[in-house]
Design a protein around this ligand. Structure first.
Ligand SMILES: [Zn+2]
Length: 140
């Protein structure tokens, strides 16, 4: 399968993220640089366009309809952009915490960020945060 358009961008970024992460010698004796596995993950490509009825919520704003978890079980970011708060996982949250991004979003008036995905009917940022159990201004 040949990914196209956004998939290519997402997979290229995910590939480099994994590559960078794999060669970071946190505990040098246990880190193995498994290029075959990375290549396999990169080539697999199918997960992003696989239709799924599961939705996931945004750790920044609580938007509950992301198509992938922000981070998978191995800690790899989805590079999906949340249409609600505009956070791209693995990019914006690489340098700022989710709480920090949430505060910035709230400071900006908690706007619906996506230009292409319309907000759900009766969308309300604060109600969404509340429903997801997220508070606006905690530290972290
Ligand atoms: Zn969000």
């Amino acid at each position: 399968m040949v990914p196209s358009g956004r998939s290519v961008r997402v997979y290229a970024r995910r590939f480099w993220w994994q590559l960078r992460r794999s060669i970071t010698p946190v505990v040098p004796t246990t880190i193995t640089f498994d290029l075959d596995q990375i290549h396999h993950d990169f080539s697999a490509g199918g997960t992003i366009s696989m239709p799924s009825s599961h939705t996931f919520s945004c750790p920044v704003c609580g938007f509950g309809r992301l198509s992938e978890p922000a981070y998978d079980s191995s800690g790899c970011p989805s590079f999906e952009i949340c249409p609600s708060c505009g956070t791209e996982f693995g990019y914006h949250d690489a340098t700022k915490s989710h709480a920090e991004l949430r505060r910035l979003w709230l400071d900006a008036g908690a706007p619906w960020r996506s230009q292409t995905t319309p907000s759900p009917h009766d969308w309300d940022a604060l109600r969404q945060l509340h429903a997801a159990g997220l508070k606006g201004f905690e530290k972290g």
